[in-house]
Design a protein around this ligand. Sequence first.
Ligand SMILES: [Zn+2]
Length: 361
Amino acid sequence: MTGEPPTALPAALWDPGSDAARAAVAQGIHCLPIPTPFAVGRVNTYLIEDDPLTLLDSGPNSGRALDELEQALARLGHRIEDLGLILVSHQHMDHVGLVEILARRSGAEVAALDLLAPWLARYGEFQDADDAFAGAVMARNGIPEDTRLALQAVSHAFRGWGGRADVSRPLSPGDEIVLRDRTLRVHHRPGHSPSDTVFHDGAQGTLLAADHLIKHISSNPLIARPLDAPLDDAAVAAGLTRPQSLRIYLDSLAATRAMEDVRLVLPGHGQAVTDHVALIDERTRLHRRRALKIHRLIADRPRTAFEIAQQMWGTVAVTQAYLTLSEVLGHVDLLLNDHLVGEEHDADGVVRFRSLVEPSA
Ligand SMILES: [Zn+2]
């Protein structure tokens, strides 16, 4: 369940003719959009022409993705073998699937958040744990068993689009990656996934943000198994403890909003962002409105997160079930934290939310 979920939203493409794209190229940063099997469409990988030659993200693990990446590099006069450094933005398979193949062919260093290194090294085991966690969270929140089983099968079938990788250069927040022509500072911005990492070139005012901030879609605050939970953590496996992904994401957005020297944001999908403060404010307002709407549904009568999702979006495709559940739970967390709603549990351990105060008008 850790793959980039298919979304119902239309894919938007990087526009190489835009002023923002030209500004990136002037800095030696080329967006290489790589095909994915997901509804989100292409993933933006970025080639940084510097020393070492650096690639941010890889595309999914498929022959077509590898082929297109190779052709895109060739158009710029490079080969996979020329890569000296591969940066990983986060754990989703459309971003990391080819990392191992590219690293093997080029001998490039692989730099990723230190917390993510064990997950990448033991991809299969952690995928099993992630699926078990997601299944438990779904069961606790009222998702019917047939939907859960169908989703687990989908997750299993998609696993091959990702892959394991060895991280040779573990990164900590605050680290600097010094290239010949620029220095990238590492920031951890979890929320969309537990491992979201952004790379900031303060001198140029450029932020390589991947899926932390996307122009045409609100980044899904997917509820994912914590990276630092041991594989045998029973409470996590049972879904009894889970991260408040949306709250974590909003904190990360606030940290990005407060950054100075950001004029160009290069995202993991779609077009560049040139006014990140306005976009972050818009997203913050969207989440506040959505929390209020969910509070009204809960005030109407106690509901499970699954019932809230059905009320909000109707019957969604099976593949969307975890996505919409994460969305609902994220907003319910905000209401829980503000003591506006409370939890009750039925005999099967299914959680219902009830309102503690009248929703505001
Ligand atoms: Zn992602």
